[in-house]
Design a protein around this ligand. Sequence first.
Ligand SMILES: *Cc1c(COP(=O)(O)O)cnc(C)c1O
Length: 327
Amino acid sequence: MKAPMTLKDVWKAKKRVQAFLPPTPLLYSAPLTDLAGVPVYLKLEQLQATGSFKLRGATNMIHSLSNEEQDRGVVTFSTGNHGFAVAYAAANLGIRAVICVSERVPAAKIQALKESGAELHIEGNSQDEAAEICARLQREEGLTLIPPFDHPLIIAGQGTMGLEIVEELPDVEYVLGGLSGGGLLSGVGLSLKETDPSIHITGLCVEKGAAMDESILAGKPVHVPEHPTYADSLLGGIGLDNQYTLTLSTRYVDERIRLSEESIARGMAFLYERHRLIVEGAAAVGVSALIDRLVKPRGPAVVLITGNSIDPHDHFQAIKPFVESRK
Ligand SMILES: *Cc1c(COP(=O)(O)O)cnc(C)c1O
């Protein structure tokens, strides 16, 4: 890690983003409280303007750039929640955002990204090629790369969620959330555990591509094969030259659990049936772990409901086996 991060980085991020990102609600869940035997709350990050917490990190980093850097614009190769967050934060400042996408990205996704106000650069045959093209545009056009997780400003931005949680629920003891690139739990872990080291953090990974879990076990970044999953926002490697999130996730995540597809779908179905929340698989994993009794919180728990990027048809397919129609 180049320079150690501290709680102060998260407070600086909060000061920078708070005018743009009002705190998201912390919803008390009676059914999960019944089930877990401790008070359970849901941190509703899917209510962010772009439908995911990724807006925190992207806003923090883009607002930190110098005027010259902002004038030249920003670039990323994420077509997921991070891509939408970068597009939105840049549009808000009236600056240029370029998203590099491969020719394989489906037309519906391209359309949605275009509508988000970003400029699309469509070239290459894979996500890796899109990443290379992104690096080229960065050099040739002086654009600033906004990485999806492995950067102190992204991590600090995600960490602002942790400050909101302790502010509203100072007796929080357990926090459960998805663990993929590790920006989310590095940031939330930093803000919570540097405030109170006894807060327990559980990171949920997918069985079908647990890159961070494998990397923590190996003590270095490793590549893992990936397969389609309901929690597609939890896929993707951690970068073989990972600088920050491997170290910080190792330090702050107390426990990691891998979830099956069935468990993820059960969590999605529970959130729909009991709270009428439609969320993507990656956002349901904390609920899955609670209802499948894979974790045993001993005090007030918060589940990070991270995003809602899912096609309604796919959502219905996932929850169908677990919900009953009362018609
Ligand atoms: C990005 C993302 C995550 C995981 O965050 P990382 O910083 O990659 O660990 C979880 N849920 C959703 C909805 C996401 O978009």
